[in-house]
Design a protein around this ligand. Structure first.
Ligand code: AMP
Ligand code: MG
Length: 351
């Protein structure tokens, strides 16, 4: 793939420029630093700074509420969150907000569809990798990972929709929703902002970019797909730019969180079949209309062999780009159509 660099933000928002009834809309931008362990950037067109700030506040408030509900590390006064659910594993069902139940139902559906590749009940295994990655010196012993995997069965995540409860039936179980929570929260936040009147928004949250309503003078946003080599080097290069609206692009890559042991890197996306980091690709990008689905699919496709991932993407009506460990790439036809690098050249593969 032809590579190019661009300075500035990952969001290459198109500037307005035409006359007409919407010409008075101006582009605004803001960022939140403290939600979901990442930076959330909001870009949009509005009639005034006040109008944009109002929508941004709606997004921020909803995402903060969801951040608390989906948090597995901290507890908050008066809130039953996923940490509460994890602490009650093998003890008792926990009454939770509907936004927790709905996200877990979606995650369970994609566990089934992905043949178990993406599993939010993989918490005990992910926790071990997290702790060793934080320590940064050694690899976890396989016997510890195997023992943890014995309590990662998603069938033991009992969701009682009528009672509004979640129960992890086995002691030692825990949920980790890093594969889905951010984008799912963005979806609910966008819904709230649209109800408040927002029409042109682009939200970027840790590898997921949701384009909700285009800029006033075009039918699409231009979105940079970070180059994994540049990202690993801490610089801002793009492997591609896609044009889209009403869609989310989610990226999963081994360059995001990793540590090195004996010259070998070990990242944060774990293949449940091997209990070790998936190593087929440098990066996968998935485009889908539903942000939560895009996020779950990006994690699943990063783990699955190409043929299985392609079949899953096609069955879901998703498009995808795979950048292999050797730098070679493949893309679905639909991805190529929205890609500025591949556009006009059709789908295919290359180096
Ligand atoms: P993403 O960046 O969306 O691919 O999500 C990666 C995050 O999902 C990791 O940081 C873990 O918290 C979690 N995770 C890693 N491997 C898996 C897996 N096989 N199934 C579900 N969640 C996972
Ligand atoms: Mg994901």
């Amino acid at each position: 793939m032809r590579r190019f660099c661009a300075i500035g933000l990952a969001l290459l928002a198109v500037l307005g420029g035409c006359a007409g009834p919407e010409a008075r809309l101006r582009r605004y931008q803001t960022a939140f630093m403290d939600l979901f362990d990442t930076v959330t950037e909001v870009t949009g067109y509005a009639e005034s700074r006040e109008a944009f700030d109002g929508w941004a506040a709606v997004i921020r408030d909803r995402m903060e509420e969801l951040h608390r509900l989906y948090d597995i590390y901290y507890e908050y006064d008066g809130v039953n969150n996923l940490r509460t659910v994890n602490q009650n594993a093998g003890i008792a069902p926990v009454a939770v907000d509907r936004a927790v139940i709905d996200m877990l139902l979606l995650a369970r559906e994609w566990y089934e569809l992905s043949g178990g590749a993406v599993n939010v009940a993989l918490g005990p295994v992910l926790r071990i990798w997290h702790d060793y990655r934080t320590e940064g010196e050694r690899l976890p012993p396989m016997e510890d990972l195997t023992a943890a995997a014995a309590v990662c069965g998603i069938d033991d995540m009992i969701i009682d929709e009528a009672a509004g409860t979640v129960f992890l039936a086995k002691p030692g179980m825990s949920l980790d929703v890093g594969s889905v929570a951010k984008a799912y929260a963005v979806e609910l936040a966008v819904k709230a902002a649209r109800e408040a009147g927002a029409r042109s928004l682009l939200i970027s949250a840790g590898g997921n970019i949701t384009a909700a309503g285009p800029p006033p003078d075009r039918a699409y946003w231009r979105i940079g797909v970070q180059d994994p080599d540049a990202a690993a080097a801490g610089t801002q290069g793009y492997a591609d730019v896609v044009r889209m609206t009403g869609l989310t692009i989610s990226c999963s890559g081994g360059y995001q969180r990793y540590y090195t042991v004996d010259g070998q890197t070990y990242h944060h996306i774990i293949d449940p079949a091997t209990l070790t980091p998936a190593n087929r690709y440098q990066k996968v990008a998935v485009i889908h209309g539903d942000p939560g689905v895009a996020d779950l699919l990006s994690t699943a496709l990063f783990i699955l062999p190409y043929d299985e991932g392609l079949a899953l993407a096609e069955s879901a009506g998703a498009d995808a780009l795979w950048i292999g460990a050797d730098g070679g790439w493949r893309a679905t036809e639909g991805y190529a159509e929205v890609s500025e690098t591949l556009g006009g050249y059709g789908a295919g593969e290359g180096t």
